[in-house]
Write a new protein. Structure first.
Length: 148
């Protein structure tokens, strides 16, 4: 039985990159690398592909956090503060659940991200539901598809 983990989307199946892993026994986050080179222009949001999708239990989500060293050295942040990858994003028909990292460059110069560079960390979280929650719809698309 699979509980939670990472796989590559079909396009990146044989990319030669590592699946996310924790570096120490006490690390909360799984290091996520860029699947290709990216140039982050100043003052702009850039979607950096990871080639990954994540599977988990229905009452869990994957939180995406920028690596602190990358944020401090290059004045970068995630465009939405923390990315939230829902359980039903996995294998969705819109993009197969491909995790894209939305990074904003707050600096005055472009920043180059190299293929294989660690850009984010993924942390699996459990969440609670409110009394009377009756959400029953299912996802019909990829990035930003809920609430349409």
């Amino acid at each position: 039985m699979r509980n939670r983990g990472f796989e590559f989307v079909a396009e990146y199946k044989d990319c030669g990159l590592p699946l996310p892993e924790r570096k120490t026994a006490a690390s909360a986050g799984y290091d996520i690398v860029a699947a290709g080179d990216a140039l982050l222009p100043p003052g702009r949001v850039t979607l950096v592909p990871t080639g990954l999708k994540a599977y988990m239990q229905p009452d869990e989500y994957l939180g995406i956090h920028i690596r602190s060293g990358l944020a401090v050295k290059h004045v970068l942040s995630l465009a939405n503060g923390q990315g939230i990858i829902d359980a039903d994003y996995y294998d969705n028909p819109g993009n197969e659940g491909h995790i894209l990292i939305a990074v904003i460059n707050h600096g005055s110069e472009a920043v180059k991200i190299g293929r294989g560079e660690r850009i984010a960390q993924g942390i699996f979280y459990k969440y609670l539901r409110a009394d009377g929650d009756r959400a029953a719809a299912s996802r019909e698309g990829g990035l930003g598809s809920t609430g349409k």
